[in-house]
Design a protein around this ligand. Structure first.
Ligand SMILES: NC(=O)c1ccc[n+]([C@@H]2O[C@H](COP(=O)([O-])OP(=O)(O)OC[C@H]3O[C@@H](n4cnc5c(N)ncnc54)[C@H](OP(=O)(O)O)[C@@H]3O)[C@@H](O)[C@H]2O)c1
Length: 258
């Protein structure tokens, strides 16, 4: 039985991924800040016959990823599949955004993800087996006025993941970058985007459907996977349109409507 570490597993896409891995008999290490929610998820999934270890931890402070890795090493727990899913965005003009909101997005979406990859990838390469999935977003394919930092963090995740997927291509380890579009989870409430055009007018996908796409992508070892045909078409179209137009449309889609 392999062991999967999922960050952001207390709700949303991470929780749905945990269910899928448990159903296919993978042991789980679940990380998020909310100890109570993690305990609930563990209680729900243990009857499926898998080991579920919960790890309540805020991944924003820089030493968190190293602390998590050290703790698992001390306990002799290996990680076969790493799912870097925890992430969040904040709606608002950059010029007014508090420093703490800017830095926390960068630290969770970029630094913790990179650090966890750095800490777990070498042992996977040494074993010549392992999988990493980094959850980016369709937001990463264009600049995002109103959510400039969030979109930029996800552009980093796409670029970083594709590059290291290429670096390790002959090692038996796969790196997958998974890009959901708008998805019904706790994300929009925390980001303050519930009234944005993308959620109100265009709607989003269910977390269960998105997680299934992500699960298939990581198990197939795909390098880049976009959830939903409509999201794939939109993401691909940005490559052929003038960049100014792409940014203008991106702004319009993110705007709040009544
Ligand atoms: N929903 C969307 O529309 C959408 C679209 C594209 C991409 N995504 C990406 O998908 C991923 C999952 O998001 P989601 O939609 O499932 O959002 P969500 O429902 O808000 O879930 C986020 C998860 O991350 C955890 N988390 C948040 N801050 C954390 C921190 N500082 N340290 C550790 N864990 C933390 C949360 O748990 P706690 O609160 O308990 O810590 C929760 O388990 C994110 O990377 C997001 O950027 C989402």
């Amino acid at each position: 039985m392999s062991t999967v570490l999922i960050t952001g597993a207390s709700g949303g896409i991470g929780y749905e991924l945990a269910k899928l891995f448990a159903r296919d008999h993978h042991n789980l290490i679940l990380v998020a800040r909310s100890a109570d929610k993690l305990a609930q998820v563990a209680a729900e999934l243990r009857p499926l016959g898998v080991t579920v270890k919960t790890f309540p931890l805020d991944l924003v402070p820089p030493p968190a990823a190293k602390f998590l890795c050290d703790q698992l090493q001390r306990e002799g727990v290996g990680v076969d599949i790493l799912i870097n899913n925890a992430g969040f965005g904040v709606y608002g003009e950059f010029v007014q955004m508090p420093e703490s909101e800017i830095l926390s997005q960068i630290q969770l979406n970029i630094t913790a993800l990179t650090e966890l990859t750095r800490l777990f990838l070498p042992s996977m390469v040494a074993r010549r087996s392992g999988r990493i999935m980094n959850v980016a977003s369709t937001a990463g394919f264009q600049p995002g006025p109103h959510m400039a930092v969030y979109y930029a963090t996800k552009a980093y995740v796409i670029s970083f993941s594709e590059a290291i997927a290429n670096e390790v291509r002959e090692t038996g380890v796969t790196v997958t970058c998974f890009c959901p579009g708008a998805t019904h989870t706790g994300f929009a409430k925390r980001a303050g985007t519930e009234k944005s055009r993308i959620f109100k007018q265009f709607g989003g996908m269910s977390a269960g459907k998105v997680a299934l796409d992500g699960y298939r992508a990581v198990m197939e070892g795909r390098t880049l996977a976009i959830s939903g045909l409509h999201n794939w078409i939109i993401a691909e179209s940005t490559r052929f349109a003038p960049r100014k137009m792409v940014t203008a449309v991106s702004r319009w889609v993110a705007e709040k409507i009544e």
